[in-house]
Design a protein around this ligand. Structure first.
Ligand SMILES: [Fe+2]
Length: 133
């Protein structure tokens, strides 16, 4: 494989940071959510995002610290907006990640499964609302 350029490394580090941050975010949402199925789902998503962070770590070789901003903000938004407004917004970020990762996955094949997971995550988030009892 060609050497990783500075620009590519910046994109990989940004992705790695984003994945680490959403591990905390989904765990914070799991703590906050009232619905037991939502809680369980957020724990699963947090775990998968942790795996994504590992995939990017393998590419960057750098250890990063997760930032708590989203983990603080999203539970507040859950309280203010409610899940029916909030979950589609989170799904939008997951779908945006699919678009961001598409060219990255062409260059770094291990990112392909990460990209596909983000699409599934968006679908799962929307599914939480559609499966309402
Ligand atoms: Fe992810």
């Amino acid at each position: 494989m060609q050497p990783v350029t500075d620009k590519e490394m910046r994109a990989l580090l940004k992705a790695q940071q984003g994945e680490l941050d959403v591990v905390l975010m989904y765990n914070a949402l799991a703590d906050k959510a009232r619905d037991p199925h939502d809680k369980e789902t957020f724990r699963q998503l947090a775990s998968e995002e942790g795996h994504h962070a590992v995939v990017f770590h393998e590419l960057t070789g750098k250890a990063l610290q997760p930032k708590k901003t989203k983990a603080i903000l999203l539970p507040l938004l859950y309280s203010c907006l409610g899940r029916k407004i909030l979950y589609p917004q989170i799904a939008r970020f997951e779908y945006a990640a699919v678009r961001t990762y598409a060219p990255v996955a062409e260059r770094f094949p291990t990112v392909e499964s990460v990209k596909n997971d983000e699409k599934r995550h968006g679908d799962i988030l929307l599914g939480l609302l559609h499966s309402d009892r």
